[in-house]
Design a protein around this ligand. Structure first.
Ligand SMILES: Nc1ncnc2c1ncn2[C@@H]1O[C@H](COP(=O)(O)OP(=O)(O)OP(=O)(O)O)[C@@H](O)[C@H]1O
Length: 237
């Protein structure tokens, strides 16, 4: 299997008309772990994740993977804040990425059942996916994103509006994926979640990478007053 990491972004910029949404940002992500992207509303977290994943247009700068971009695309997945449910059963949703990769149906279904069980949806496999609860839909989205064992998984606010129990279950799934070698890059508004999950942190402000670093140094002693204020729950503009 071709390794896709490291991911290197050089002076990447995303624009809407004349407005810069993100950038210029330089960063490098490599090896196992969880990168957590934090920052106030509108700081550019979603835009940065979309740029790195390749779903937002790069106005300038470069994104490089360790392999050709077509190969890198097949090895990454994205989980949205509001997961998209295909209008079919839970099991058909989970099996979908395998079927479009040409995995034989029987094998795909077996793996999908296994994946459903692992995220606690084993009893709901025949349910029409759009009728699941928010937490169940997010678990389905994770199972579907992870079933092809991507090397990199982007998640944009995967636990927004979920209660504590659903959040804990989802964090458990993410920790398992991390242990199994998927590199996670996740945005969150929840500082408790950021502290529980992060190996390293990107703190965005006004579209720029303002602060960050390894979680065990960033959280106790952020380098900038803005990051400190943000972590203390103050309003940062
Ligand atoms: N499609 C768009 N058209 C115009 N402006 C946009 C668009 N998408 C994002 N923006 C703007 O880009 C900036 C960054 O938005 P983005 O959603 O990336 O921030 P965020 O940090 O994820 O915010 P939040 O925490 O509120 O989700 C914001 O000022 C937003 O209004």
């Amino acid at each position: 299997m071709t390794r896709i990491l490291p991911l290197v972004a050089e002076a990447v910029v995303s624009r809407r008309g004349p407005r810069v949404l993100v950038g210029p940002v330089d960063l490098s992500i490599d090896g196992p772990g969880i990168t957590v992207v934090i920052g106030p509303n509108g700081a550019g977290k979603t835009s940065l994740l979309s740029l790195l994943h390749g779903t937002a247009r790069l106005a300038s700068g470069k994104i490089r993977w360790a392999c050709p971009i077509e190969d890198a695309r097949h090895e990454q997945a994205f989980v949205f804040q509001r997961p998209v449910m295909l209008r079919r059963s839970v099991i058909d949703n989970i099996a979908y990425p395998l079927l479009i990769r040409g995995v034989p149906k029987r094998d795909a279904m077996d793996r999908a059942h296994e994946a459903a069980k692992r995220v606690g949806l084993g009893a709901l496999t025949r349910r029409f996916a759009p009728r699941l609860s928010g937490g169940e839909q997010q678990k389905l989205a994770l199972a579907r994103a992870l079933i092809a064992k991507p090397q990199v998984l982007f998640l944009d606010e995967p636990c927004a509006s979920l209660d504590g129990r659903a959040m804990r279950e989802i964090e458990d799934i993410l920790q398992i994926a991390r242990t199994e070698g998927t590199r996670l890059i996740l945005s969150t508004h929840d500082m408790g979640q950021a502290r529980r999950l992060a190996d390293d942190v990107l703190f965005l402000l006004h579209g720029k990478l303002h602060d960050g670093g390894p979680a065990d140094t960033f959280f106790p002693s952020p380098a900038t007053p803005q990051a400190r204020a943000f972590l203390e729950g103050d309003i940062v503009e």
